[in-house]
Design a protein around this ligand. Structure first.
Ligand SMILES: [Zn+2]
Length: 250
């Protein structure tokens, strides 16, 4: 028996709705030539002016009414804490999404390959974990592109998800990540484990806040994450006993 759940949908989880790439041709019947009609003006689309690419807003929750949670782990990989997290996920048959910092990934290529080999998703969390709102467009692109290159080298495929450090999104970051083929993922449950408030507080915050479709933010890098690991050890079996499954959205 496994609780591993494949991502539920290939379509965008949350679209911006009105910004979708709807084609005029799909909503209008084919024009029937009429000998009596006046000549129609040429179509408005000009080949010299590409249609702007729609940029998604961040996904904060899964569109699920089932007891399904996306567990996300940020700021790794870390040579001490990431293997401990991987062991727990293996024990419970959970697939998660790791938002990796590029310079950490470059330092730990074997660990990055291990994360991917165990079926987890590698996702882009920038190269140096800066506040992207303070960077130029070229600097933002460099932060994201370098990281995607390292992750692609490890996993054999480019990352499809991006998360801004601190959740501090900017229009440039959203547009650049879209240009690089990624969608932005935020979170809906933040136990603030990075601040090391104590294992029981991290555990309680997660268990009180989780609901169907939650995206849970935890950290396996960026400092001493032993409280986070102890909290995972405590709350994962409680959620499983409560009927929750875990997914790494595609
Ligand atoms: Zn982070």
């Amino acid at each position: 028996m496994t609780l591993l759940t494949v991502g539920a949908c290939g379509a965008p989880l949350v679209g911006s709705g009105d910004a979708g790439p709807a084609s005029p041709a799909s909503s209008t019947p084919a024009a029937v030539p009429s000998p009596s009609a006046a000549p129609e003006p040429a179509p408005v689309l000009s080949p010299a002016k590409p249609v702007p690419r729609a940029v998604d807003d961040p996904v904060y929750e899964l569109p699920s009414t089932d007891k399904l949670v996306a567990l996300t782990l940020d700021d790794g990989p870390d040579p001490t804490h990431t293997p401990a997290v991987l062991a727990l996920l293996r024990k419970y048959g959970i697939r998660a999404t790791f938002f990796l910092v590029g310079e950490n990934a470059a330092d730990q290529p074997g660990l990055v390959r291990e994360i991917a080999a165990e079926g987890h998703h590698l996702a882009n969390h920038t190269w140096t974990h800066p506040d992207l709102r303070r960077l130029s467009e070229a600097q933002v692109r460099d932060e994201l592109a370098r990281t995607s290159d390292v992750l692609q080298a490890a996993a054999g495929k480019p990352p499809t998800w991006f998360r801004a450090p601190g959740g501090d999104w900017s229009p440039v970051a959203l547009r650049t990540s879209s240009d690089l083929g990624m969608r932005p993922m935020g979170w809906s449950v933040d136990p603030r484990d990075w601040a090391r408030p104590g294992t029981s507080l991290i555990t309680d915050r997660v268990l009180k806040a989780v609901r169907p479709g939650s995206i849970v933010l935890n950290h396996d890098g960026g400092g001493d994450r032993s409280q986070t690991i102890a909290a995972l050890r405590a709350y994962l079996p409680v959620l499983i006993d409560d009927g929750y499954g875990f997914t790494a959205p595609r």
